[in-house]
Design a protein around this ligand. Structure first.
Ligand code: BTN
Length: 333
């Protein structure tokens, strides 16, 4: 497991030096002088990096050069960009977990600080909204973030909308694809779901203790190849972009976007977040059916309220606020 640290260990220092040389050779002697360790210690770290999947060429007289970086969500790769940030300063990575939600919650209860990220390469029991399961094979991004905003719990739903906006923005920055949002927080590409958000809140009557924001993104994994029932409904970034997407880059950008929005949230600029969501909405202006716990309501989705609830205009002209549920678009207006 990768622990938080801004102070780098020997392996990370060797990696940093190799990266700084931008694919050029650096001698073992220079590395050992720079890092104040023996040449044997440098060699040991080179071997450790190779074991992690880094491609490092070594040549007599020339030394070492970095030729390839594996697309593994190593804490040091993510933290390298996030050292002094609020979100992602500390990354706990696992090859496999039941669910990053459970691990993040366990860490939050043990005092895990705001911005701590739990990421897993695969999840055995990934959790979706409404008690559904979430397929989480290799190639996706499955992560949960601990947040501790000192804010009234009524505003917590905005954190889910915020997460969806951050995913859409990251998709634009990394893949140049225009994602749309389905209320409350599904991220769609060409009408198919590419990402889902799950939030779990732990609060007193009028104060949030912590919120776990879980984000699942089908990056290089095609959900339809695993579950034929998803063929029509789901997609992945790789298929939409027509190329493999670096998950490391995606996570770095995602955390950056999350942080920008979360800072607005902490300043209580909820309107800015809600407006950002509305601009990306695929739900507003449509005639929808919202189902929740066996009940259904139909109407035109006309707006969001101040805490992220969906406002429906029913057939009789009355307004109805919906706080949770599954949206199905029936027609445009
Ligand atoms: C949805 O149903 O749309 C929400 C899916 C949320 C999935 C993510 S993957 C990371 C985190 N861990 C989980 O078990 N679930 C969330």
């Amino acid at each position: 497991m990768g622990e938080a640290s801004v102070a780098l260990n020997a392996k990370e220092l060797v990696l940093k030096s190799l990266k700084e040389k931008d694919g050029k050779f650096v001698s073992g002697e220079k590395l050992s002088a720079e890092l104040k360790v023996t040449r044997a210690a440098v060699w040991k770290q080179i071997q450790a990096l190779r074991k992690d999947g880094y491609t490092i060429e070594s040549k007599p007289k020339l030394g070492y050069r970095l030729l390839g970086v594996p697309d593994v969500l190593f804490p040091w790769e993510i933290q390298a960009q996030r050292g002094r940030s609020l979100i992602g300063h500390s990354v706990h990575r696992f090859d496999e977990l039941d669910s990053t939600m459970d691990k993040a919650e366990e860490l939050a209860q043990a005092g895990g600080e705001e911005g701590l990220v739990v990421v897993a390469e695969t999840q055995k029991r990934g959790k979706g909204r409404m008690g559904r399961m979430w397929l989480s094979p290799q190639g996706g991004v499955w992560l949960s973030i601990i947040l501790r905003p000192k804010i009234h719990p009524r505003y917590a739903p905005i954190l889910s909308l915020m997460a969806a906006v951050a995913v859409a923005r990251a998709i634009w920055r990394v893949c140049h694809l225009e994602a749309k949002l389905k209320w409350p927080n599904d991220v769609l590409l060409e009408g198919r779901k590419v990402s889902g958000i799950l939030t779990k809140i732990n609060a007193e009557t009028d104060l949030i203790n912590y919120v776990i924001v879980g984000v699942g993104v089908n990056v290089n994994v095609n959900p339809a190849s695993l579950d034929p029932r998803l063929r029509e409904a789901a997609t992945c970034l790789k298929d939409e972009a027509g190329r493999e997407i670096s998950r490391t880059t995606f996570v770095q950008v995602l955390l950056e976007e999350k942080e920008k929005l979360y800072r607005l949230f902490l300043r209580r600029d909820f309107t800015a977040i809600l407006n950002a969501w509305k601009r990306l909405s695929d739900t507003l202006g449509r005639w929808v059916r919202v189902e929740f716990q066996g009940e259904a309501v139909e109407g035109e989705a006309v707006d969001l309220d101040g805490t992220g609830g969906l406002l429906l205009k029913l057939a009789d002209g009355s307004l109805r606020q919906v706080l949770a549920g599954d949206v199905k678009v029936l027609r445009n207006r």
